[in-house]
Design a binder for this molecule. Structure first.
Ligand SMILES: Cc1ncc(COP(=O)(O)O)c(C=O)c1O
Length: 417
C-alpha cells in the first residue's frame, strides 16, 4: 500500500467518525478569561459561563497558585530539562512528593506528567515485570470495574495479558467482584482489583468500603494476595470533608492510590501514593516515569501550593463553598422540574434528559445563552439515560447558578408547551 493509499484510509476513517457524529476535533477555543472571582471564558467576542470544567475549587485562577508557579519557575526554569533519573529530579518534585505522601498518609509518592501516564505505567508494572530478568511474573487475574476510565483500560491493555486473565466486575457491584475472586482463586497466584474512585460521567462514588472488605476477605485465598488500586482523579482535592477523596468518604484506603493535579488541584500532572516497597519498585520500573519528563517545575510549585492551601482556612472555605453550591444547584434544578441520573453530592451533576437529540439540542441552546455544559449519550451511558453533565465550581456564584437554572427552566417550559 502506498503512503497515499494509507492517507486515504485515514481520511475515510475521519469521515466515518464525523458521520457517526462522534467527532471531537472541533474544539471550542477559549482565548482568555475574565478577571472576575468566578472567571468567564472568552470565546470569539462572547463571555461564557463554564459549567463543564474539572477545576472544582476554581484553583487554576487562584493568585496564590499563579504566584507559586512564577516563583518556582524563576528558580528552576520553565521545563524539567530531563527525565527524573538523568537530571530532571528537582527539589520541587521531591517536595511535592513528600507533601502528597503526608496528605494521603502514605510512605511515599511519585509524580508523573499526567494521571493517564501514571495509570499506564503503574498498572503495567503491577501486572507484569518490565524486562526478561524481572522477578515479577504475570500469574495474576486483573479485575476492573466495568465503567473504569480509559486510562485504566489502556494500562491493563499494554500489559498484554492473555484474555482470560483480564476480566471485569459489574459496575459498582462488590458482590460480583466477590464472585469473580472466588471463581479464580485456584487459578492464579495473585489478583489485582482496579477501580475509579469517582466515576466521571455520573459523579458516583465507588462503594470502596465494600470493595475493600471483599479484597481483604480474599487476600489469603491467593498465594500472593489481592491488591486494590484506585484511581481517584475526580475525588482527590474535592471529595470528603478535607478533600482526601473517596477514601475519606468511605473511610478505607486503597493499596495504591492514583490521583491528578489537573482537576480539583487546579494545576496539572498525575501521581501515585503507596507504601515504600511499591513506590521503590515503581520508581525502578514505571516507563512513563523513567523515560518521560515529569511536570514542569512551575506546575509542580502550583500543585504544591494547592495541597498546602487545602488544609488551611482558604481551602476549607472552598470545600465548604463547593458543597453549598452543589446543594443549591440540585435544589433549584428540582424546582425547575429536572431529574438527575444519579443522586450525588459531587460537583459532577448528571441532569437526566433521556434522549440523544434532545440532549445535544439543549446543550446547543444553552451555548447560545452563553453557558457551556457537556452532553453525554450512548455508549458512554446506557440508551435512554442521555444526560447533560454539569460541573459546579466552588467559585461559581449563586447568580451564575441561577442563570444556568433559568436557562434550563426556559427550555423546559418551551418543550412542555
Ligand atoms: C478517572 C480518571 N483517571 C485519569 C484521568 C486522566 O487525567 P490526567 O489529565 O491527569 O491525565 C481522568 C481524566 O479525565 C479521569 O477521569
Amino acid at each position: 500500500m502506498s503512503r497515499n493509499n494509507f492517507f486515504s484510509v485515514l481520511k475515510k476513517e475521519v469521515d466515518r467518525i464525523d458521520q457517526a457524529k462522534t467527532s471531537k476535533r472541533f474544539e471550542k477555543i477559549i482565548t482568555g478569561f475574565t478577571k472576575e472571582k468566578s472567571p468567564k471564558a472568552i470565546i470569539g467576542k462572547e463571555k461564557y459561563q463554564v459549567f463543564n470544567s474539572n477545576d472544582y475549587l476554581g484553583l487554576r485562577h487562584n493568585p496564590l497558585l499563579k504566584k507559586a508557579e512564577r516563583q518556582v519557575s524563576e528558580i528552576f526554569g520553565t521545563g524539567p530539562g530531563a527525565v527524573r533519573f538523568i537530571s530532571g529530579s528537582l527539589k520541587i518534585h521531591r517536595d511535592l512528593e513528600k507533601a502528597l505522601a503526608k496528605f494521603h498518609k502514605r510512605d511515599d509518592a511519585m509524580v508523573f506528567s499526567s494521571s493517564f501516564a501514571a495509570n499506564l505505567a503503574v498498572l503495567y508494572c503491577l501486572i507484569a515485570g518490565q524486562n526478561k530478568d524481572s522477578l515479577v511474573d504475570n500469574n495474576v487475574i486483573v479485575i476492573s470495574d466495568a465503567l473504569n476510565h480509559r486510562s485504566i483500560i489502556d494500562g491493563i491493555r499494554v500489559a498484554n495479558l492473555p484474555k482470560e486473565q483480564r476480566t471485569i466486575f459489574r459496575h459498582m457491584d462488590p458482590a460480583h467482584l466477590e464472585e469473580v475472586l472466588e471463581n479464580n482463586k485456584k487459578n492464579y497466584k495473585r489478583a489485582l482489583v482496579v477501580t475509579d474512585g469517582i466515576f466521571s460521567m455520573l459523579g458516583e462514588y465507588q462503594k470502596l468500603k465494600e470493595i475493600r472488605a471483599v479484597v481483604d476477605k480474599y487476600a489469603k485465598e491467593y498465594e500472593n494476595g489481592v491488591l486494590l488500586v484506585v484511581d481517584d482523579a475526580h475525588g482527590v482535592g474535592i471529595a470528603g470533608k478535607t478533600g482526601r477523596g473517596v477514601e475519606e468518604i468511605e473511610d478505607v484506603k486503597a493499596d495504591v492510590l492514583i490521583g491528578t493535579f489537573g482537576k480539583a488541584f487546579g494545576a496539572d500532572g498525575g501521581y501515585v501514593v503507596a507504601n515504600q516497597t511499591i513506590i521503590d519498585y515503581l520508581r525502578e520500573s514505571a516507563a512513563t516515569y523513567i523515560y518521560s519528563n515529569s511536570v514542569p517545575p512551575g506546575t509542580a510549585g502550583a500543585a504544591l501550593k494547592a495541597i498546602e492551601l487545602l488544609d488551611k482556612s482558604v481551602g476549607k472555605k472552598l470545600l465548604e463553598n463547593s458543597r453549598e453550591k452543589v446543594i443549591y444547584f440540585k435544589k433549584q434544578m428540582k424546582t425547575a422540574g429536572y431529574l438527575f441520573a444519579v443522586d450525588s453530592s459531587h460537583p459532577i451533576q448528571p441532569v437526566l434528559i433521556g434522549d440523544p437529540i434532545k440532549t445535544s439540542d439543549l446543550v446547543k441552546k444553552l451555548f447560545k445563552k452563553n453557558i457551556i455544559v457537556t452532553n453525554i449519550s450512548f455508549p458512554v451511558v446506557p440508551k435512554g439515560r442521555d444526560e447533560i453533565r454539569v460541573q459546579i465550581s466552588a467559585v461559581h456564584t449563586k447568580g451564575d447558578i441561577d442563570q444556568l437554572v433559568k436557562a434550563f427552566a426556559e427550555e423546559k417550559n418551551i418543550n412542555s408547551l
